[in-house]
Design a protein. Structure first.
Length: 151
């Protein structure tokens, strides 16, 4: 597995990962813009020319808060440590651009993802009803980066 920062030419890879990983995910427009807007803190995993997964991470403008916007791993590459490696790269990227705390949102029923985030030092916060629209509740999780450890 090779991780590297997102690049504008990764759009076809991001589309493939997104389509394989989620039943409804980000729009093609957002996926095309991710490397331009968040390329300094977002990463992709590729083996040869085979995209495996990505993490999109961004720092809020004017603050020391970062967000993990998305973690996506194609089904055939799950349970191999790729999600953890991508998350660590995203956290390191956020720390490098000055983030001191990181937030993410996750479906409260996604126990596997929640377990991974807790192993990486995230703590559970509140559940926000209808976060992405009706019936799209999300658990907000937070990690303090001031200790210098990303996971």
């Amino acid at each position: 597995m090779a991780l590297r920062p997102l690049e504008p030419g990764d759009f076809p890879f991001l589309m493939q990962i997104e389509n394989d990983a989620f039943s409804s995910g980000y729009s093609p427009y957002f996926l095309r813009e991710m490397p331009i807007l968040f390329g300094n803190s977002s990463y992709i995993a590729i083996a040869g020319r085979e995209p495996q997964g990505y993490v999109a991470a961004a720092r809020e403008q004017g603050s020391r808060r970062g967000w993990i916007l998305s973690l996506a791993v194609r089904p055939q590459y799950r349970k191999q440590g790729l999600g953890r490696a991508l998350m660590k790269a995203g956290l390191e990227g956020l720390a490098a651009v000055g983030a001191r705390e990181v937030f993410l949102s996750v479906a409260p029923s996604n126990e596997g993802a929640i377990a991974l985030y807790e192993k990486l030092g995230f703590s559970r916060g509140e559940i926000v009803a209808d976060y992405f629209g009706p019936g799209e509740d999300r658990l907000i999780m937070m990690k303090d980066l001031t200790s210098g450890e990303v996971g």
